[in-house]
Design a binder for this molecule. Structure first.
Ligand SMILES: Cc1ncc(COP(=O)(O)O)c(C=O)c1O
Length: 449
């Protein structure tokens, strides 16, 4: 039997995160070298390495008997807990009625793009999840490239908005930012909000990494700065290391009653509601408790120590420029200074660079620039510094928090040997490149289908 696939699906590309899986699997099964057995240094996957907080796990277990469908926007206990969570951590007064729960923020962002008419403005580089959704929905979109500091300028936003004909424009703001790890501060957000008010731009503010901000007092939600025009999305995936739970929420702008009604139709049509036991588990994650507070503080402390180490190691390689992360577990490394040397080795695209680095003798997985909505020839890469045993490292950090710079370096060396070794591999790769060692860079085959 031959099945005919809908043209709309035919036309979209495989989302980059799935491509990455294929890429690594192929590498594993195909690599003939004995050293490949150990695996690879993983800087590619953006997943928090810590265990799901115990109290969230326990709440899930004790609510396993909840078999009834939940209300479409979420169970009242959860919407209340999220409301209080936003008050406590982000200083936002959000009535529970403004909060809708969904199966992950990725789905909720997709639902928002479904319900909102208009042209999408996507600052680049960007998280690899947005573009396939925008394309799938066949929306008009425009990239907004960032400046040298890797942030977009409000003035560039204004200029772009002035050129767009649509009655409504939708800016996807991701703060803190994947892949750069950078944070837009209050002043920057106010400048962006001014342009949004002036140009009638709606904002989807993806704040999934808010809780990972290293100096937490610096995080400000766009929902606070531009409450009348911002949809804030957040969830359990990064802050609670529970991406697999698939639970996110959206905070609607003030005075969006009719829009909420339309949104509810979409949710009811597409997935009815989030799994009821998961919603009960999430209540434990969002309600204030000393245990959760400590969890946030410890995990962001570890991300910071790993981030600083990674930043310093990469910046020490002559020619490499890296963003200094203020949050998340990523940074963006810019290898464009090596463009000529790479091209000499027939490495013309960031995809080829990823392929060269994953192969023997480097065994290092990175996410190349074209997966970050950059030009294919842009030799930038996202480096995720999470390749360590999260449960063990959490415990070690609790027992003895590194304070001085040298203690922090020691902490990384003792707790994240694969991060340390992987960064050395990246350094070696670029050293060898300078030394003109061609055989090291022969890509045996194109690994990505
Ligand atoms: C910027 C960004 N937004 C959203 C998501 C997806 O979050 P969720 O698991 O809530 O769908 C991710 C996951 O990697 C992300 O990096």
């Amino acid at each position: 039997m031959k099945f005919i696939v809908d043209q709309q699906v035919e036309d979209i590309e495989m989302p980059e995160n799935l491509k990455l899986n294929t890429f690594l699997q192929e590498f594993h099964s195909d690599c003939p070298h004995p050293e490949c057995i150990f695996g690879f240094y993983g800087f590619a996957f953006g997943q928090s390495p810590f265990p799901v907080p115990k109290m969230v796990q326990n709440a899930l277990i004790s609510n396993a008997n909840k078999g009834a469908y939940a209300a479409v926007p979420g169970i009242p206990e959860l919407r209340n807990a999220i409301s209080k969570y936003n008050k406590h951590y982000f200083g936002m007064d959000v009535a529970p009625e403004r909060i809708y729960v969904g199966p992950g923020t990725k789905e909720l962002i997709f639902n928002l793009l479904e319900v909102l008419h208009g042209t999408v403005i996507l600052p680049t580089p960007a998280w690899l999840g947005y573009l396939p959704q925008i394309r799938f929905l066949q929306k008009n979109y425009h990239m907004l490239p960032t400046r040298a500091n890797k942030k977009f300028s409000p003035n560039d936003l204004r200029k772009l908005a002035l050129r767009l004909q649509d009655r409504q424009k939708i800016l996807i703001l991701n703060n803190p930012h994947n892949p750069t790890g950078l944070l837009y501060d209050r002043l920057e957000l106010e400048e962006i909000a001014d342009v949004c008010r002036e140009q009638n731009i709606t904002v989807i503010s993806d704040e999934i990494y808010a809780q990972t901000t290293y100096d937490f007092s610096k995080f400000v939600s766009m929902g606070k700065i531009y409450p009348e025009g911002t949809f804030v999305t957040n969830g359990l995936s990064k802050s609670h290391a529970a991406g697999g739970y698939r639970l996110g929420y959206v905070i609607f702008p003030q005075h969006a009653t009719d829009l909420k009604r339309q949104f509810k139709k979409i949710l009811a049509t597409e997935y009815t509601a989030v799994s009821t036991p998961i919603q009960h588990a999430a209540v434990a994650g969002f309600e204030f408790s000393n245990e959760m507070d400590e969890y946030f503080e410890v995990t962001r402390g570890i991300h910071q120590v790993m981030g600083e180490y990674t930043y310093h190691k990469l910046s020490a390689i002559e020619g490499v420029r890296a963003t200094k992360p203020n949050a998340t577990f990523y940074l963006l490394a810019d290898f464009n200074a090596f463009a000529t040397d790479l091209q000499k080795m027939d490495i013309m695209t960031s995809q080829r660079l990823s392929e060269s680095l994953i192969q023997h003798p480097y065994h290092t997985a990175i996410v190349g620039g074209d997966s970050l909505v950059l030009e294919r020839t842009d030799f930038s890469a996202r480096i995720a510094y999470v390749d360590y045993d999260g449960a063990k490292v959490y415990q070690n950090y609790l027992e003895s928090r590194p304070k001085t710079s040298s203690e922090k370096v020691e902490f990384v060396k003792n707790n994240a040997p694969k991060v340390v070794a992987g960064l050395e591999m990246i350094e070696r790769f670029f050293e060898n490149l300078k030394k003109d060692i061609p055989q090291k860079f022969q890509v045996q085959k194109n690994l990505v289908a």
